[in-house]
Design a protein around this ligand. Structure first.
Ligand code: GLN
Length: 513
């Protein structure tokens, strides 16, 4: 038996789920689904983390495999497909005594920032049901924010855990690239993405991460944290002792200035593109206010704040979309209607079968990105797009290394320590947006990924957390850290949360098992 739910919980869950539609599949009776696969040993997980997870129900984004559950990726092409196996991250959580109650809605194959690009259903923001929950892990964020589950898994390729977390007012962790096994995560852009965590408290985020991280023989890009990385428990600094930590502040104004300067220098086309991007990345007033509030509160907690710049960030979005679409066009080639998912009733021949399956199965955003990906990779043009994007990616990583130190933790004796322990930056320029006329255009949504996609390009961990509620909607900020320094980010945010508890939407009840 996987677990049991407390009294009164089902009614609460049904009431919320009717309003927000977070789930693609929700199983109230864990006996109805095939039990967990054989457990995985959890040798290095501290007992505090295991205690925190025992008996907790959780939700899993519908692009992460759980045996016997849906694995639709929010796509018509895979609607109704059931996974034959369980991802490593979920198996570890099950071994720790937590159990899956459902699969959450998402933008198709993780492509989007609203969850409205799901081909299966619509998910509403628990704070205001006329607005989106963010994306692409919008179902997971909404389910946690509403208190349906204490935590959920998502995936973050360019911001898909942190942005919906900010829209729904919960903390969201994107771990270091490779810190968590991707085995069982349906690939969108393999070199950028990680499984991430949304939880109702920072402490629970930490416990889940402590369980799911680590090298996995099924994923050759996964690895253990280096021995010199800060420890997750009894970590680098106990909560509240902010004094020694320096937080670099990368404000939207600094970023806007850098983009404007590049626009003035660039040729006509590049200048115009950069000016449009600058406009889309400019934060609304409420988001700027939230950012200033986060700064003053962190300073009050004893952290030292210092303004920083990140010169290559201005090219982050074009680099991200070049690399992400290139990888997506290759990764999504497997969906041919033969091995998985839906296929047409009748086809002329195998080629026709593939064409018809993809034509009917993929939504417009997915088709657009596959086309873009094949465009940037076409022969003779790789220098112009893909290789340039890779150089920008290296530039962004180097900029971060100058501020935070390098990922191997091998400091050179006699050189100064890195100037910052973490970098504070906005998550997204707007709060949860509406639909129809109140929606953000698909172009603006992409340009707005500026603040989140840089952590994926650099492979660094980032933790977004709610700071305020403005006009009834949460505002979040994020802290970005050195590779495998999730503990530093969690320590800072836990000390913040102790002083300034996270907000909850009206009607929220905390889960007690
Ligand atoms: N908004 C980004 C995109 O559409 C984020 C995607 C993600 O992290 N999965 O690609």
């Amino acid at each position: 038996m996987a677990g049991s739910l407390p009294e009164g919980y089902e009614a609460y869950l049904d009431e919320w789920e009717k309003k927000i539609g977070a789930f693609i599949q929700l199983e109230r009776d864990p006996l109805k689904i095939p039990g967990p696969e054989a457990g995985l040993p959890l040798p290095t997980v501290p007992p505090e983390a295991l205690r925190a997870l025992q008996g907790l129900p959780f939700a899993v984004k519908d692009n992460i495999a759980v045996r016997g559950f849906s694995l639709s990726c929010g796509s018509k092409l895979l609607e109704g497909f059931k996974s034959p196996y369980t991802s490593t991250a979920v198996r570890k959580l099950e071994s720790a005594g937590a159990f899956v109650i459902g699969k959450t809605n998402m933008d198709e194959f993780g492509m989007g920032s609203s969850t409205d690009a799901s081909a299966i259903r619509r998910t509403n923001n628990p704070w205001d049901q006329s607005r989106v929950a963010g994306g692409s892990s919008g179902g997971s964020a909404a389910a946690v924010a509403a208190g349906i589950v204490p935590f959920a898994l998502g995936s973050d390729t360019g911001g898909s855990v942190r942005q919906p977390a900010a829209f729904c007012g919960v903390p969201g962790l994107k771990p270091t690239y490779g810190a968590v096994s991707r085995y069982g995560l349906v690939a969108y852009a393999s070199s950028l993405e990680t499984i991430g965590i949304l939880a109702n408290t920072t402490a629970l985020c930490r416990a889940v991460f402590a369980v799911i991280r680590g090298r996995d023989p099924h994923d050759q890009t996964s690895r253990d944290a280096p021995a010199a990385a800060p420890a997750l428990y009894n970590g680098s600094a106990p909560a509240g002792s902010g004094g020694r930590k320096v937080i670099g502040v990368l404000s939207a104004e600094t970023v806007a200035k850098a983009i404007a300067a590049a626009a003035a220098e660039g040729g006509d086309d590049e200048g115009a593109a950069l000016r449009t991007a600058a406009l889309a990345a400019a934060p609304e007033e409420e988001v700027s206010r939230g950012f200033e509030l986060a700064k003053s509160r962190l300073a009050a907690l004893g952290y030292t704040l210092a303004d920083v710049e990140l010169p290559s960030l201005k090219y982050g979005v074009p680099a991200y979309y070049t690399i992400a679409t290139a990888e997506a066009s290759a990764n999504l080639a497997r969906f041919d209607g033969i091995r998985y998912g839906r296929r047409p009733d009748w086809a002329e021949n195998p080629d026709d079968l593939i064409d018809k399956s993809r034509e009917a199965g993929f939504g417009p955003e997915v088709k657009l990105r596959i086309l873009l990906g094949t465009f940037v990779l076409r022969s003779g043009f790789q220098d112009r797009y893909y290789l340039r994007a890779q150089r920008i990616r290296t530039g962004i990583r180097r900029n971060f290394e100058t501020l935070l130190g390098s990922s191997d933790y091998g400091e050179v004796p006699g050189t100064a320590p890195p100037p910052c322990d973490a970098i504070l930056l906005p998550v997204f320029p707007t709060r949860a947006f509406g639909r129809g006329d109140a929606a953000l255009s698909p172009f603006a949504q992409k340009a707005a990924d500026l603040y989140t996609c840089c952590a994926n390009l650099a492979g660094l961990p980032a933790l977004s957390f709610p700071v305020s509620v403005e006009g009834g909607l949460p505002v979040g900020v994020q802290l970005l850290g050195r590779a495998f320094a999730e503990a530093t980010l969690l320590d800072i945010v836990e000390s913040y949360e102790a002083a300034y508890p996270f907000p909850h939407p009206p009607g929220y009840r905390v889960f007690r098992s």
